[in-house]
Write a new protein. Structure first.
Length: 255
């Protein structure tokens, strides 16, 4: 009963892999002030990351977002939504060698059933000196509790392999995937992909995304309170490795 009351009316009864769900996600971001402030913050960071970089920069999984409204990117997704320039699956990129100066993925990598293929393709397509930006779920003591018990996507930090069986583009996932690749299996990543250097990994956001309600639930906080919550989370930096639910990850292609 409580879950039903908190669920957004827009998505009730809608299969997560229904193409309409992605279009509704775009609408949800714009209609939930607290959630939109989170995405706007991520987009500002991306803009700053690539401020001195000229196009082409590819965003994978653009359908639900609005990065292209403030930053020049090639938008792409699995389905030809109105804001999409290229339809692709992320594991086969239709670009020539050294043709991209950057790739952006926000909440996308953990949905790719064969991340090794994506990383190989990214290595082929991104020019030396180019960057890859990711915002992804992260594994901590706190997020372990949240993702295991209060989130619909699979979460398996103990997975032996990076690949996983998929049941659909959004339903299929392993929310622990980025942590597995870039933290638990970092030595393997650095050995298999020496072309990339992990510039930084910043665990963050223990509460704000949860309070926003994400794409499934009503917002638990008004938009005007976002800055106060951001300030509070900044005070938690000394213990962020135990509390973070997502991580800001930047890779640089060095050769």
């Amino acid at each position: 009963m409580l879950k039903s009351l908190l669920t957004l009316p827009l998505i009730k009864g809608l299969d997560i892999d229904d193409p309409r769900a992605t279009s509704l996600r775009k609408q949800i971001i714009k209609e939930k002030p607290f959630l939109k402030k989170i995405y706007d913050e991520w987009y500002r960071e991306i803009t700053e990351e690539f401020i001195d970089v000229q196009a082409p920069i590819l965003e994978i999984g653009s359908g639900a977002g609005h990065l292209s409204e403030s930053f020049q990117v090639i938008t792409s997704d699995l389905v030809a939504y109105s804001n999409i320039q290229i339809v692709l699956n992320g594991q086969e990129l239709p670009f020539s060698e050294n043709s991209l100066k950057g790739i952006v993925l926000i909440g996308v990598l953990h949905h790719l059933p064969n991340p090794w293929s994506f990383l190989r393709e990214a290595t082929r397509c991104v020019v030396p000196g180019g960057k890859m930006f990711l915002m992804e779920p992260w594994v901590t003591a706190w997020s372990n509790l949240i993702y295991r018990h209060f989130h619909h996507e699979p979460f398996d930090p103990e997975a032996k392999d990076w690949e996983f069986e998929t049941t659909g583009p959004l339903a299929g996932a392993n929310q622990a995937l980025s942590w597995i690749i870039f933290s638990r299996d970092r030595e393997r990543f650095e050995k298999e992909f020496p072309e990339w250097r992990i510039e930084r990994i910043e665990p963050r956001m223990p509460f704000r995304y949860l309070l926003s309600g994400g794409f499934s639930f009503r917002s638990f906080m008004p938009g005007w309170s976002h800055e106060a919550w951001r300030t509070f989370e900044n005070c938690l930096q000394p213990v962020m490795n135990k509390l973070a639910t997502v991580a800001y990850i930047v890779l640089v292609k060095v050769k």
